[in-house]
Design a protein around this ligand. Structure first.
Ligand code: AMP
Length: 381
C-alpha cells in the first residue's frame, strides 16, 4: 500500500506509537489538534489510548500491525522495553524515534549507566553483577550500603532491594534468581528532580523545565514546578541532558531523573526514552506540554523549549486499598471544587498500586500553590 502523502486536505503527518497506555493516550490527545492522526499498536483490548487513536489491537511483534505503523510518517514509543523484533521489522521502513541504539541502552540499567559515564554524566557508584563471583567485595566498593536492581524490566521500585550486608546482598541476588543486576551505592540525596530534552532528526535541541519529585513507596506521588534551587540546578541539568542527547544522537524526547546531592551536585538515577510522569504537570501550566513536545520532535515540526507559565503541581492517583482490600477513593467532589485543579483519568480498571490518573494544580504564585497542594494531598489517598 502507498504510504499516506500530505495533501491540501491532510497537511499533517501520521504518528505511530508502540504501546497504548496512558502516555500514548496523552500523546494522541496532544497530536490531534496539530492535525496529526495517531495509530497505536497495543495488545491490551482495554488500553487507555484506544479511545483517542486508531487502535491496532495486536502483539507488538505482529507483522500486519507493524506494517500499518510502517506507513506512518514516524513511529515513537511510550515504554522502553519494545521487543527487538518489532524494531527490526520497522528498520529501514519508517523512522523510529528514539531509535534502536538508544533503546538498547535505556532498557538495560548497566548499559545505561556505562553510557552515562561515557557521556561525562555522573551516576551513583555501581558494580555490575552478572555472576556469583561479582558479588565478592561489591558492597564495599559502592560504600557499604546499596540497592540491588535488576538490569532489565524494573520500574517504579520493582525488582529492587536495599542491602546493608554481604548476607543481604547474596539473599537479594538469590531472590531474583541470579538475574543480571546492578548494585548501586545508596545516594544520600536531598531531593529528586527531572528534566526532559527533545532533539529533532536535524539536530535541533529543546528542553523542558526542571521539576521536583516526591516518591512514596518507590512510586512518584507529587511533582512540583518550579523546583527548589532551580536557578542553580536547572542550568546544570540542561548541560547534562544536552551532553546525553548529543552523545546518544537522540531523535525524539527523553527524560533524565536526577538525585540532588548536598543541594548542588546532580547525579543521574535513570533515563526514560520518552515523556515522563513528572512532566504531566506541563499539560496545564499554560506552556507547551511535554506530549506536544515529543510529537513535534518526532515529526520534525517546529519546536521550542517548553515550561509552565505559572507555578504548577501534579499528584498521582494510584489505586489504594483499605485493610480488607477494598478501594479507598479520592474525594472527587472536593478535588473538582479546589480552584486550579484539572483531572486526568486513564480509563483503567482499579487495582491497588496501579496508576489510574493524576490531578494537575495551577496557581498564580508559589505561596498559593503550596497552600492548595497541601489541601489537594489530603483529598487523595
Ligand atoms: P528507580 O526505579 O531506579 O527510579 O528507583 C525508584 C526510587 O528509589 C528513586 O526515585 C529513589 O527515590 C530511590 N532510589 C533508587 N536508587 C537509589 C540510590 N542509588 N540511592 C538512593 N535512593 C535510590
Amino acid at each position: 500500500m502507498t504510504p499516506p502523502q500530505p495533501t491540501a486536505h491532510t497537511p499533517r503527518p501520521t504518528l505511530g506509537i508502540l504501546g497504548g497506555g496512558q502516555l500514548a493516550q496523552m500523546l494522541a490527545l496532544a497530536a490531534l489538534p496539530l492535525g496529526v492522526r495517531v495509530l497505536v499498536l497495543e495488545p491490551d483490548p482495554h488500553a487507555p489510548a484506544r479511545l483517542c487513536a486508531e487502535h491496532l489491537h495486536a502483539p507488538y511483534t505482529d507483522p500486519a500491525g507493524l506494517s500499518r505503523l510502517a506507513e506512518c510518517s514516524a513511529v515513537t514509543l511510550e515504554f522502553e522495553n519494545v521487543p527487538t523484533q518489532a524494531l527490526e521489522a520497522l528498520a529501514g521502513r519508517v523512522p523510529v524515534r528514539p531509535g534502536a541504539a538508544l533503546l538498547e541502552r535505556t532498557k538495560h540499567r548497566a548499559r545505561e549507566k556505562e553510557a552515562l559515564r561515557a557521556a561525562g554524566v555522573g551516576t551513583a557508584p555501581f558494580v555490575v553483577i552478572e555472576s556469583g563471583a561479582d558479588l565478592a567485595g561489591a558492597l564495599a566498593a559502592v560504600g557499604g550500603r546499596g540497592i540491588l536492581k535488576t538490569s532489565e524490566l524494573g520500574y517504579d521500585g520493582k525488582g529492587q532491594a536495599r542491602v546493608e550486608s554481604d548476607a543481604e546482598l547474596n539473599a537479594a541476588w538469590a531472590s531474583v534468581k541470579g538475574a543480571a543486576c546492578v548494585l548501586e551505592g545508596l545516594v544520600p540525596f536531598v531531593r529528586e528532580v527531572s528534566l526532559s530534552v527533545a532533539r529533532t532528526a536535524a539536530g535541533q535541541l529543546a528542553f523542558g523545565p526542571l521539576i521536583e519529585n516526591i516518591h512514596r513507596e518507590g512510586i512518584l506521588r507529587t511533582s512540583i514546578f518550579p523546583a527548589t534551587d532551580a536557578d542553580t540546578l536547572e542550568p546544570q541539568a540542561r548541560e547534562l541532558a544536552r551532553a546525553c542527547a548529543q552523545a546518544w544522537a537522540l531523535e525524539g524526547l527523553m527524560t533524565l531523573e536526577f538525585f540532588v546531592v548536598e543541594g548542588r551536585e546532580l547525579l543521574v538515577n535513570e533515563v526514560a526514552p520518552r515523556v515522563h510522569n513528572s512532566g504531566h504537570l506541563t499539560q496545564d501550566g499554560g506552556g507547551l506540554s511535554q506530549f506536544e513536545a515529543q510529537v513535534r520532535a518526532v515529526l520534525g515540526l517546529p519546536l521550542t523549549d517548553w515550561r509552565p507559565l505559572h507555578p504548577t503541581a501534579m499528584v498521582n492517583l494510584v489505586g489504594v486499598a483499605d485493610a480488607t482490600g477494598e478501594p479507598v477513593h479520592p474525594d472527587w467532589g472536593a478535588i473538582d471544587a479546589l480552584p486550579g485543579t484539572r483531572l486526568h483519568l486513564y480509563h483503567k480498571a482499579w487495582r491497588a498500586g496501579r496508576k489510574l490518573g493524576h490531578v494537575n494544580l495551577v496557581a498564580a504564585d508559589a505561596e498559593a500553590l503550596a497552600a492548595r497542594l497541601a489541601e489537594l494531598e489530603r483529598l487523595i489517598p
